[in-house]
Design a protein around this ligand. Structure first.
Ligand code: ADP
Ligand code: GN1
Ligand code: MG
Length: 372
């Protein structure tokens, strides 16, 4: 699938479909997400509002009207809750969706592509890799607060945008199908990875089993808490949780695990030098402290015990998804080189191994931080 489109007059045409009254300077591609195409729209008036235009990947999100209704319901709820908090700023701390001139939260163009616009949050940054304990702590606070604020949202207002998103049994089935089909003939390159995955498959269903048994509550969670989905301000204080496309019912351990997957890794998600991949334990400790500071008010004991399972599951499920995409010929995640999805798979599996070897240390930190 071609995710990249040229920046041209088409984009200026698109912007005119939205309720934007600003003189627009040139448009720049923005961010490093794997799914949507993002452009920063700079206002020629430096004091005016800048915008963020996104082409929504409708191969990934196939019901865009339902997706955007979720986003409206979630952002309205967050704004309403924050408006009651002294000192909170609902414009800066929650995404603001710009409507089209027809009053819709998205625009469908003549090629069938879907577009949306947000207010651009100025003087913020997202980090693909965390650099300091302060950033990790603030990220933990941001995602903990996000879950806390959504804990009373009526679940019927949030539809499943991608059913079975973090269902490991479903993901492993998809991998099995990709192995059997071997459509692009890559199977013989990934036998060691498949063996590694198979050996751990049964254990990785634990969260699902606890959920089915009613031991873990299903809550509205973010489901894509990699660290570049939180914006920090110019002083690295948490400002806004973004990328709300996968906000839907799930388990808190999924969010905790996906954040940790991207924070604790001393290298990038797709590191090729596998022997460089290590764990940054102080960043783990800092994120856990920030997260508990906000989430302790609603977490159950069973949920706290499930967090470490999420830490092991999320890099594992991510590897399963990258490997499936590799075997299917790279049509889900954006790739930047031919074997990119294989590289990502390998790096995530090394991370799983490191996390397994350090489980006791991580568990001790979770328990100690909670008791504090
Ligand atoms: P993707 O689904 O492709 O990851 P995101 O919604 O996460 O798309 O956006 C991609 C990047 O754009 C983010 O990582 C962040 O750096 C930046 N970004 C997204 N929304 C905003 C916003 N409202 N203001 C400023 N930057 C933003
Ligand atoms: C995608 O959109 P982005 O880049 O924040 C993916 C996540 C993966 C992540 C891996 C909708 O997130 O599930 O964890 O890549 N999003 C979707 O980096 O599939
Ligand atoms: Mg993102």
């Amino acid at each position: 699938m071609d995710h990249i489109i040229p920046i041209n007059a088409r984009i200026f045409g698109l912007i005119s479909e939205f309720k934007i009254d600003a003189k627009i300077a040139p448009v720049e591609p923005f961010g490093s997400g794997h799914i949507n195409d993002t452009y920063r729209i700079i206002n020629s008036d430096a004091k005016g509002v800048d915008y963020l235009l996104q082409r929504i990947n409708h191969h990934v999100f196939n019901d865009v009207p339902a997706l955007m209704q979720n986003l409206l319901n979630v952002t309205n709820h967050l704004k309403q809750k924050l408006s009651l908090v002294p000192g909170a700023n609902t414009e800066k701390e929650v995404l603001t969706i710009v409507q089209t001139r027809q009053g819709l939260p998205y625009f469908k163009d003549k090629d069938g592509d879907y577009w949306r616009v947000f207010h651009f949050l100025k003087d913020t940054r997202s980090y693909d890799q965390v650099e300091t304990e302060k950033q990790a702590f603030e990220g933990g606070k941001a995602f903990g607060r996000f879950q806390a604020l959504l804990s009373d949202l009526d679940t019927s207002l949030v539809k499943d945008t991608i059913p079975d998103f973090h269902n490991i049994e479903f993901r492993l089935n998809k991998l099995r199908q990709a192995i059997d089909a071997n459509v692009v003939g890559r199977l013989n390159k990934v036998l060691a990875e498949i063996e590694f995955i198979k050996l751990r498959a049964a254990k990785m269903s634990e969260i699902l089993r606890l959920g089915r048994a009613g031991i873990l509550p299903r809550r509205i969670v973010h489901n894509d808490t990699k660290f570049n989905n939180v914006l920090l301000d110019s002083e690295d204080k948490a400002q806004c949780v973004i990328d709300l496309d996968t906000v839907m019912p799930g388990y808190v351990a999924y969010d905790f695990g996906d954040s940790i997957r991207t924070i604790i890794n001393t290298t990038a998600e797709d590191e090729t030098a596998l022997n460089q991949i290590g764990l940054n334990i102080p960043l783990f400790e800092a994120y856990t402290r920030g997260y508990f500071q906000q989430a302790i008010v609603f977490l159950t004991e069973a949920e706290i015990d499930s967090l470490l399972k999420g830490v092991l599951l999320l890099p594992y499920i991510q590897a399963v998804r990258f490997l499936t995409d590799y075997l299917e010929g790279d049509h889900y995640f954006k790739i930047h080189s031919r074997d990119h999805n294989l590289q990502r798979t390998r790096a995530q599996l090394v991370l799983v191994k490191k996390l397994e070897d350090n489980q006791e240390v991580l568990d001790h930190i979770i328990q100690k931080t909670w008791q504090h």
